[in-house]
Write a new protein. Structure first.
Length: 265
């Protein structure tokens, strides 16, 4: 090894680090948090059950948009574009790959899993187990540069989720209805929009390449607003993972009959 603690001219210290605090706790919690979401989301996406509440038009975000004949009756808000799907294809296949790509290439998530899973580096003053570093200039990490394109699809999916949340204001009698599920669906959508718009790519789209903000007052206003959201990007990244799970779990419990939706109207 010619890098890190084995680089020429560096002091030869056998220990990986001289830190005596619990430096490993943060990367451990990050790994556990990401792993928990990945396991839950994978199981639910491929389960194909209890994702649609016909009485109230609740649709789980893990299955939206549902555009195949495999979807439950009523859940195909945009029509059935495809026939019956085999079991190994999730019903939300149209959006899930792009949303996964958007999260994987997100600047915050890169930092999170680079440090916690790849240990590059795990923490300050803690040697990483890699002998060299090439950055994001080679395959597969060079693909991180397509993040800006995943942003456009993620914004479109947020529009679809917004439509799902609006359609869910439904009562079994066919009129307007409002329940706890609506609060959860609407809250999830609002936070998803906040996470998506707080993205660094969105901030660049709003104000990047401009030499004079004074000549673009509308874009400057939007850039200022996005910049304020951008300071909360990390918190929103974690919060939206939680709200996605809570929303899907609530829809699943109501759809399966395990609980009844709390109705207000």
């Amino acid at each position: 090894m010619t890098a890190g603690i084995s680089a020429p001219g560096r002091a030869r210290i056998a220990e990986r680090t001289l830190r005596s605090d619990r430096w490993w706790l943060s990367p451990l919690l990050t790994t556990l948090g990401l792993a928990t979401f990945v396991v839950y989301a994978t199981i639910r996406a491929f389960s194909g059950v209890s994702y649609w509440v016909n009485d109230y038009h609740y649709l789980s975000p893990f299955f939206s948009p549902c555009v195949s004949e495999s979807c439950a009756p009523g859940s195909t808000h945009f029509g059935a574009w495809f026939g019956e799907l085999p079991g190994w294809i999730p019903m939300g296949f149209l959006a899930l790959p792009f949303l996964l790509g958007f999260r994987l290439t997100c600047y915050y998530y890169r930092k999170a899993y680079y440090r916690s899973i790849w240990q590059s580096p795990t923490a300050c003053a803690v040697a990483e187990p890699h002998g060299k570093y090439s950055g994001e200039t080679k395959f597969p990490l060079i693909l991180q540069n397509v993040h800006r394109y995943f942003f456009y699809v993620a914004a479109l999916v947020s529009v679809i989720n917004t439509y799902d949340a609006i359609v869910a204001f439904h009562s079994p009698e066919g009129g307007f209805g409002f329940g706890l599920g609506n609060v959860i669906l609407a809250g999830n959508v609002i936070l998803l929009w906040a996470y998506t718009l707080s993205c660094h790519s969105c901030r660049h789209i709003a104000g990047g390449r401009l030499k004079h903000f004074s000549a673009h007052p509308v874009r400057y206003k939007f850039w200022t607003w996005v910049s304020k959201l951008n300071t909360r990007h990390m918190q929103l990244a974690w919060t939206t993972l939680a709200t996605l799970v809570v929303t899907d779990l609530y829809v699943m419990l109501v759809a399966s009959g395990a609980i009844s939706d709390l109705r207000f109207v």
